[in-house]
Design a binder for this molecule. Structure first.
Ligand code: FES
Length: 107
């Protein structure tokens, strides 16, 4: 896979404004969040104890883990209380009515 490969995830209509959705792209669980024309992608697994963030709550750009309440900014992946702890982030784009996620080679 080339380094800059974008992989088709879902149709644009499947991710509503201000909502989040768990997708599986290239064997990875990735949580997509949409705000307007922007789509953000982060790893779905909470770095605390591995819970699925897709079962948590989203407010603006902040997703809160359902298990113990850790919260992350989907734009940077940063844990709000200790910014050195991060979710993996994935570049996303909307093109031709579909949402694509960039899957790097090295992670
Ligand atoms: S597993 Fe997410 S806060 Fe504990």
């Amino acid at each position: 896979m080339a380094e800059d490969d974008f992989v088709e995830a879902i149709g644009e209509g499947e991710l509503k404004e201000g909502s989040m959705k768990l997708v599986n792209v290239a064997g990875r669980g990735i949580l997509l969040v949409r705000h307007g024309a922007e789509v953000y992608g982060v790893s779905n697994r909470c770095p605390h104890m591995g819970c699925s963030l897709a079962n948590g709550k989203l407010k603006e750009y902040i997703v809160t883990c359902p298990c113990h309440g850790w919260s992350f900014d989907v734009r940077s992946g940063e844990y709000q209380k200790a910014k050195q702890i991060k979710l993996l982030t994935y570049e996303c784009k909307i093109q031709d009515g579909k949402i694509y996620v960039k899957i790097p080679d090295d992670i």
